[in-house]
Design a protein around this ligand. Structure first.
Ligand code: NAG
Ligand code: NAG
Ligand code: NAG
Ligand code: NAG
Ligand code: NAG
Ligand code: NAG
Ligand code: NAG
Ligand code: NAG
Ligand code: NAG
Length: 614
């Protein structure tokens, strides 16, 4: 948690109020406690106190950044009486510069005269979270030097209370890149990442969307490694906080049927109208017509709401005598369904109607109609009406290969989102062909386990691939996080896809030949070592233009540092950028999508690298 018993937190004074940049002050006397720490009272010092330092001493200050930023030291304020001293300033082990104090001999009076060092010249890029600034007196006389305060300039954001800084980020995490990784003596042009991500508050949404373009893409490698940060937590459950509720499509409360009305709404439901129909003079029964018109998201947004069957639940109030209710729906077939009736006997009980799959249409133009027949004098109201998606069945998997080292399964899903699409899979060892495959997955034996296997590779019919390194020793399983779409996809699509037609797998060699619906081909080799799962792609034939269609698309999730499946991307082992901000296009041949900050979401899901070879 970072709160060491002796830690004294720096007091922060925000000098500049500008939206982005800010100047902040670390009072030297608030340095993290160290043996022999000596605070001196000085009337002219900021906070009326200084920190006394002698040759060889090192002192550190912890601070916490609200966002990724460039940091500079504007001034180190000191006083000195005696010979010059040399102080080095580092932030997280990056040296920012040195301060040479002015020589002054005033028989001790100079200790109350404070001088600024001026800007140190270098700057450092830091990620959100906790960092350490260190001062070391490299040279000095026996009287030492007194430090008053350190003024920092932050290009973005501010400091926050270090004790509230739970985020742990490591700026020394990087992915080194050497020419040997990607073949020797190449002279290839560079690939291009394009930023298509959008912010989200929901950790279960793939908001990170980065198509990768390259003008030949004949050979490339994708690898999955364990995150480089040290973490033993293995958080892996979904977090639906701030996510649009998956099951309920819309709900309405308290509809008074005695009043004719037409209400237009903004979200989910478009309009509600209530119309009293004629009263039968013989029976004194009167009918009310309730029509609810609504919109649903569908496949063009990568959603299944308009395709999935639904369950409509209604609860009534004011029931004295039994009430007849009939329901009809109107959707993609542009005609009202036959009506189904129920008799309602009591208040506040749920009566349900089922609507089959593929009834609704995407977008507007869906309606349900209820005809409610009751005695005229009785005041019936709808307490609540809800439309939910039907529950989905479990995925059905079938083992198609098992040699004790490798297991391969094909899986069929209830309502795969590429509605009309399905792939076939052929196992080359026995020439069997499996139909209606929505995805297939490969398990490898865990070397340090008697008979446990772990998933290392999953490929969906939409081209999406998820990779995992072998489960580390001591754990049962680790989660998938980021994924990568292999094959041409529409870079403008909300949910991009590179739909597959057929996969031919050689289980012994772990090679797969992929045939896409658009006519592209790709040859894939899986290489699973103890700490890395790698796919090598080659022998490609692209059906569409590589200039307009990406050959890969990186997909992941970022809500805020510490709640991510990825937080940074680096290019050719050099530049590192926050995954969601500060760039629109990056060029290079080796890209690493990784985390610097320990994430509470899928803590041990892998970092992903893409190396273009040819
Ligand atoms: C404090 O600083 C002022 C100038 O800012 C200086 O005139 C004064 O002498 C200093 N006080 C002492 C005690 O040195
Ligand atoms: C920082 O947090 C600690 C503990 O919550 C609190 O005692 C202290 O006053 C805070 N400091 C500032 C500057 O907010
Ligand atoms: C990258 O690797 C080279 C050689 O292996 C090494 O000299 C260099 O320090 C490494 N750089 C980083 C940032 O790890
Ligand atoms: C690499 O390609 C560029 C442009 O095509 C060319 O100018 C350069 O000489 C090439 N370098 C090598 C080492 O082949
Ligand atoms: C209908 O209502 C009228 C007056 O409200 C009443 O006289 C008559 O008996 C009612 N008929 C039936 C069938 O309940
Ligand atoms: C339903 O609620 C109404 C009041 O809202 C009450 O008069 C009526 O008796 C209740 N019906 C039943 C069947 O309990
Ligand atoms: C499925 O196929 C039908 C026609 O065969 C087409 O109208 C519809 O758009 C397709 N749906 C999807 C999601 O591709
Ligand atoms: C698999 O990876 C290991 C380690 O990187 C390498 O030594 C080996 O040659 C690779 N195997 C294949 C078939 O590429
Ligand atoms: C995998 O582990 C080996 C041995 O510990 C190490 O040399 C190698 O760098 C690791 N590879 C990666 C990609 O971490």
């Amino acid at each position: 948690m970072g709160a060491l018993p002796y830690t004294v937190y720096a007091i922060l004074l925000v000098v500049s109020e500008s939206v982005q940049a800010s100047s902040v002050v670390l009072e030297a006397e608030n340095a993290v406690h160290f043996e022999g720490k000596q605070v001196v009272s000085r009337l002219n010092a900021s906070g009326q106190a200084t920190l006394k330092m002698y040759k060889g001493q090192t002192v550190s200050f912890e601070f916490c950044l609200t966002t990724d930023t460039k940091l500079e030291v504007q001034n180190l304020w000191y006083s000195n009486d005696g010979k010059s001293d040399l102080i080095t300033v580092t932030v997280d082990d990056t040296k920012l510069g040195e301060v040479l104090t002015q020589m002054q001999f005033k028989s001790g009076e100079a200790w109350n005269i404070f001088k600024p060092s001026g800007p140190l010249g270098s700057s450092v890029y830091l990620s959100e979270g906790k960092h350490k600034l260190k001062l070391r007196v490299k040279k000095g006389d026996k009287y030492g030097v007194e430090i008053d305060k350190i003024e920092l300039f932050l290009q973005n954001g501010q400091l926050k209370n270090s004790s509230e800084c739970m985020l742990l980020c490591f700026d020394d995490i990087s992915y080194n890149y050497s020419i040997a990784d990607t073949g020797v003596g190449r002279n290839i042009s560079r690939g291009r990442l394009v930023q298509k991500s959008r912010p989200t508050l929901c950790a279960e949404e793939d908001n990170v969307n980065i198509p990768i373009f390259y003008d030949s893409a004949r050979k490339f490698i994708i690898s999955a490694n364990h995150p480089q940060y040290m973490a033993v937590a293995n958080n892996r459950m979904p977090d639906w906080e701030n996510c649009k509720m998956a099951q309920s499509l819309w709900s309405l409360q308290d509809i008074d049927l005695s009043q004719a009305q037409r209400v237009t709404l903004t979200s989910g439901v478009d309009t509600i109208s209530v119309t009293p129909l004629d009263t039968d003079m013989q029976s004194n029964l009167t009918s009310y017509e309730l029509i609810i018109e609504f919109s649903l998201d569908g496949p063009s947004l990568g959603m299944m709401d308009s395709e999935t069957g639904s369950i409509i639940k209604v609860s009534f109030g004011g029931i004295i005598h039994p009430v007849d209710v009939s329901m009809q729906y109107f959707g993609r077939w542009s005609q009202w369904s036959e009506s189904t009736s129920k008799t309602i006997y009591s208040n506040k009980t749920w009566d349900t109607w089922k609507v089959p799959d593929f009834t609704w249409r995407e977008g507007q133009g869906n309606s349900i109609r209820l005809i409610i027949t009751a005695l005229k004098i009785e005041r019936i109201e709808i307490e609540e009406i809800v439309m939910n998606k039907r529950g989905l069945a479990m995925d059905q998997s079938m083992m198609v290969y098992d040699d004790g080292m490798t297991i391969i399964e094909v899986v069929h899903m209830d309502l795969w989102w590429r509605i009309n699409e399905t792939m076939t899979l052929k196992t080359l060892n026995d020439d069997r062909v499996f139909q209606r495959v929505d995805y297939f997955r490969i398990y490898r034996k865990i070397p340090w386990s008697e008979n446990n296997f772990c998933q290392v590779f999953v490929m969906y019919q939409d081209g999406n691939v998820r990779l995992l390194p072998i489960t580390p020793h001591g754990l049962d399983w680790i989660p998938f996080g980021s994924s990568i779409l292999i094959g041409h996809s529409d870079p403008m699509a909300v949910r991009p896809a590179a739909p597959l037609r057929h996969a031919e797998i050689d289980p012994k060699e772990l090679t797969i030949k992929l045939t896409y619906l658009d006519g592209s081909f790709l040859f894939l080799k899986l290489n699973v070592t103890l700490n890395e799962t790698m796919v090598i792609l080659s022998d490609v034939v692209y059906a569409r233009s590589l200039a307009s269609y990406p050959f890969l698309t990186f997909r992941s999730m970022w809500v805020a540092n510490g709640n991510t499946d990825v937080d940074h991307v680096s290019v050719d082992g050099l530049e590192t950028h926050p995954i969601l901000s500060g760039w629109s296009t990056l060029r290079g041949t080796a890209f690493a999508f990784f985390r610097k900050c320990i994430s509470k979401h899928n803590t041990l899901s892998p970092d992903i690298r893409v190396n273009i070879i040819d």
